[in-house]
Design a protein around this ligand. Sequence first.
Ligand code: ADP
Ligand code: MG
Length: 623
Amino acid sequence: MAKISINVAKGKIDAPELHETIIGIDLGTTNSLVAYIDECNHQPICLAKNGKHTLIPSIIHFEENGNILVGDEAKAKIVESPERTVFSVKRLMGKSFGDVKDFKNFFSYEVIDDNTESLVKIKIGNQFYSPIELSSLILKELKATAEAALNKSVTKCVITVPAYFNDTQRQATKDAGKLAGLDVLRIVNEPTAASLAYGIGLKKEEEKKIAVYDLGGGTFDISILHIQSGIFEVLSTNGDTFLGGDDLDKAIVDYWLENVDGLKAAYSNSFNTQQAVRMYAEQSKKSLACTNSTHHQLENFSLNLTIEKLEELINPFVEKTLQCCAKALTDAGLKQSDIEAVIMVGGSTRSPFVKQKVSEFFNQPVNDSLNPDEVVALGAAIQADVLAGNQKDILLLDITPLSLGIETMGGLMDVIIPRNSKIPTRAGRTYTTSKDGQSQIKISVFQGERDLVKDNRKLSEFVLSGIPGMPAGFPKVEIQFTINADGILMVKAKELRSGVEQSIEVKPQYGLTDEQVEKMLIESIENAKDDMAVRGLQEAKTEAEQMILVTEKFLQKNESLLAAEEISTTKNLLIELKNSLQQPERNLIHKRMDELNQFTRPFAERVMDIAIADAMKGKKILE
Ligand code: ADP
Ligand code: MG
């Protein structure tokens, strides 16, 4: 199968394959959609199976007989058979049990921790499913929907994910696509897709800073993007992974339970009543987007709601989202007046009250002309079209949330790609060895902001072996980090003198939550002073060890050229330097190094072994 490849440097498509439909998929927490670009009018359109809605609930139901239902049919089973109905699987993508144990009660199905693998599994009956498998069932339904609507087979797609999704979550999403029989050409950030749907970022000369406000069924995300020359850079993201339309529905249900006589008892006694009350709450909320009051009759209970009451109920939630917006602006280093467009995404932004509050916050009208359920899928279709070669010069950029680097001598973190770097990116550095004849080097990859690797998170480790015997300091080991446009890290190590090389794709076993990333950053700031002291000491030690090594070699090699007094004093100074290494006194180590250096310099210059000195100078050393 021919592959479409993108020239990252130029942002161009190298080999477009014509006339093939690539679909855009919004794989949502609550609802999913699939869209494509109509060949006649070149407009993006969301697809539906005959007579159905474009919105497919991201819900899967497993019938006792082995039959699997996805979408509306599955949603209908949620109250009657909660333990066999999976919703919100997106929350579990790329997560370990440890990541989700605090909100395990949120799920009505069984989320289990499998010891053989760190990623969560879901148990239905006596079958185990991974979030990847479950997501692939939703993706299969979307693929089938597109195929039914277009009347042809579809194999290629673009899938959107939240901007804050990490490597593992993106990889898991790609894997789900593969499992559904789809070739996932690109993982795209949801706010980027939304922006594309509004046509922002499609023109090469355009430069804009925008805010994408996404209030969905269960989650809230705010993203601040900087768009320049067709490049989408995420400046910051914020949000709440447990705040969305479902919470608004629940607030309405609670209000009725408190205020409608006898409803509480009926509600606690019957699943059907629960389902009906919840359904009426959502319906009332939705219809209040265009009327002033609603009424539903459930048996002898009158379920009324006015627009004023609704606004009062949802105001605290909306306020929370605005606080997130304020934080995102601060993180991006921007003010409201810097934002040139505000884009509304997610079904819950249909509410006029939400629109008004957001508009007031950003002090400008919001972009709401497109269907907020559909914007992400429509944008994904546009991105798919870009990949198909129909629109040139658009490249998506993302940022790395934490620094990436390797462990160097003394357990120090040597950052290769700093945090907040734009991706795709590539960076490298040359290192050397500490021992003579060292034939292999261990490369340990870490993520985090602390100076010592033990305080950071290990992502992976591999060994570069087969290095031919050379004196310490001679090998030139080039370590190169590449993060591709999907955010996947590749690490390559190459010994340049011999050409020996080794590379790995780093797939961390499980992802970090936003809170963990935040915690790691806070810790790094709190410990910055201590860390710097430890690093300073460690660096002094490493430098001293190099100096001892070089000096001892020098003495050995040049004995015949030196005076007896030169040799004995140098040996004494070496002993003093070695002793100083026993104490945590950086200044003392530096003093002893200076003494040794001063004494040996005159005669060293005489007979210096240039090769060794050159080889060692200014190099970082691997263990
Ligand atoms: P997700 O991105 O999480 O998959 P969606 O963007 O599909 O979610 O949003 C679903 C939410 O939008 C639901 O909570 C639904 O009740 C809400 N919603 C849909 N239409 C309206 C409306 N007219 N007014 C308020 N909320 C609405
Ligand atoms: Mg969404």
